[in-house]
Design a protein around this ligand. Structure first.
Ligand SMILES: NC(=O)c1ccc[n+]([C@@H]2O[C@H](COP(=O)([O-])OP(=O)(O)OC[C@H]3O[C@@H](n4cnc5c(N)ncnc54)[C@H](OP(=O)(O)O)[C@@H]3O)[C@@H](O)[C@H]2O)c1
Length: 302
């Protein structure tokens, strides 16, 4: 399949659909089937983080890349900032220079690669010493250990700081037709020549043909400004126009998004999502988004 690419300011060419590796099965055979199929169909972005399964997600990807000789076929993005240990579930936020410079080595070791294409701060607050964090990312970039950096954040105040004071390529944020809060920020992000990595594009399965079961299973208390009943009503109405996955993808591609980072826990899900992408990749956004409420970020504004 032909997947289109989008370029970021440091010259990284992201496939419009990426693979969110957090959701990969722990079973290596099944996970490698998904990764192999993704690459064969034109996906070139694999998204992971040191925290996912406490390093095991990076190890799974590393094993696959090495055994299948695929390092040069993909951009690998990982994330840092959560200090974890193997004894208990305690996770401590640590965006310090030392932690970042040490953690990158651990991620590279687990991934069995020499450099990361993208390294993202896995969150962040206004209270952090943000300039120290930025300095650490710039050091890694100058040293050739990463090609570009970014942040994963849904805090407008943190995003604004990084847009003004750093050379980030991308911001990863939950973004889809239901969670359309990033619309508040897309113009500013584009003005800074930065692009979005859209996580949660199918909202854990809500924006798929299986929305009805997913509402019952995962969203029985509703989500954002929607009660459970409202969700079911709005999704069934929107699904009558066109498949929800196609609508959310086409909506995202009409924003400054570098890649739609879809999670898939089975080869079938990947296949279905890619088939939906194939349907809309060169088309204009449809108007399905208009069924959904306009939602704004309420916290961390200044
Ligand atoms: N803070 C952060 O930086 C952060 C946070 C979250 C995620 N991420 C990244 O973003 C990626 C995507 O995030 P996400 O998992 O929230 O996104 P998502 O793509 O909206 O959800 C993925 C899940 O949706 C379900 N799904 C996917 N395709 C489906 C289909 N065709 N039919 C039915 N269900 C389907 C599956 O759930 P089941 O497995 O239950 O079937 C799958 O695990 C992650 O893998 C991770 O790399 C980053």
């Amino acid at each position: 399949m032909l997947v289109n690419f989008r370029r970021t300011r440091s010259g990284l060419e992201f496939s419009e659909i990426g693979l969110g590796c957090m959701n990969l099965p722990e079973n290596y055979q099944l996970a490698s089937e998904i990764m192999d199929s993704a690459i064969n169909q034109g996906i070139n972005y694999f998204d992971t983080a040191d925290l996912y399964n406490k390093g095991k997600n990076e190890e799974l990807i590393g094993k696959f890349l090495k055994e299948h000789h695929k390092r040069n076929d993909v951009l690998i993005g990982s994330k840092v900032g959560n200090e974890f240990n193997f004894e208990d579930d305690d996770v401590k936020w640590n965006p310090s220079r030392n932690h970042i410079l040490n953690s990158v080595k651990e991620s590279l070791r687990r991934l069995k690669i020499d450099y990361l294409d993208l390294y993202m701060l896995h969150g962040g607050t206004m209270e952090d010493d943000k300039d120290e964090t930025i300095d650490a990312f710039n050091t890694l970039k100058n040293d050739g250990l990463i090609r570009a950096y970014g942040i994963s954040s849904i805090r407008p105040n943190v995003i604004s700081y990084y847009l003004k004071h750093s050379d980030i390529d991308v911001i990863m944020m939950q973004f889809n037709m239901l969670d359309n809060r990033p619309e508040m920020l897309t113009d500013t992000i584009a003005e800074h020549d930065v692009k979005i990595l859209a996580r949660g594009p199918v909202m854990k399965g809500l924006l798929t043909d299986h929305y009805s079961e997913v509402v019952d299973k995962k969203f029985s208390k509703g989500i954002l400004d929607y009660s459970k009943d409202e969700l079911t009503q709005i999704l069934s109405k929107a699904a009558m126009d066109s498949p929800l996955t196609e609508s959310t993808m086409s909506y995202l591609l009409n924003h400054p998004v570098a890649s739609i980072v879809c999670g898939a826990s089975s080869p079938d899900q990947l296949q279905t999502n890619l088939a939906h992408y194939e349907q809309i990749k060169n088309s204009a956004a449809n108007s399905t988004r208009d069924y959904f409420k306009n939602i704004d970020y309420q916290d961390h504004l200044s």
